[in-house]
Ligand binder design. Sequence first.
Ligand code: ZN
Length: 197
Amino acid sequence: MTDVEMLCAEACRIAHSLYARGKTSGSSANLSFRIGDQVYITAGGSCFETLCPEDYSCLNLQGDLLTGPRPSKEWPLHLSVYAARPQTGAVIHVHSTYSVLWSCVPGLAQEDCVPPNTPYLRMKVGKVNLVNYAKPGSRELFDAFAEQAFRADAWLLRRHGPVVPGETLTQAYYGLEELEESCRIAWELRNAGITLE
Ligand SMILES: [Zn+2]
């Protein structure tokens, strides 16, 4: 197996697991990994439930399609992360429920927008910043995201969902899970009227 084949297979396993546990639905999620100056990203309209090795587009770091099907329309988010954080090997973006719910809370700070109710978000992901709402797929969203890409370790797109990078696919996957759980805890505590001292 080549490196590309191995990483495609690993990315498919992660996608299937995220879908099976309700962290994404339909064709809304996308993920990518980088090998050198090539980025492999899930194709537009592909579904994490059935993701297979034919569902990856290969782009260069400028966003030109080298091989494969049309990429997810959210590909500029991924390329902004690779440009801002050279150590990044993979990026995952979903529309998972609790991250989206938390991103809708009024008055969130832009910096560190998820409260550190447990130490794990900070330990496993780092600083999470909020990206102002703009229409999905719009230049406005991509520009707002590119500006934030340098300023945090992961991001919540307001009323949209999380974007989490990692040095490896597994690290991005675990980071995404940690962010989703942290948003769930923050959401449940808020609904219960509990403020930690
Ligand atoms: Zn999205």
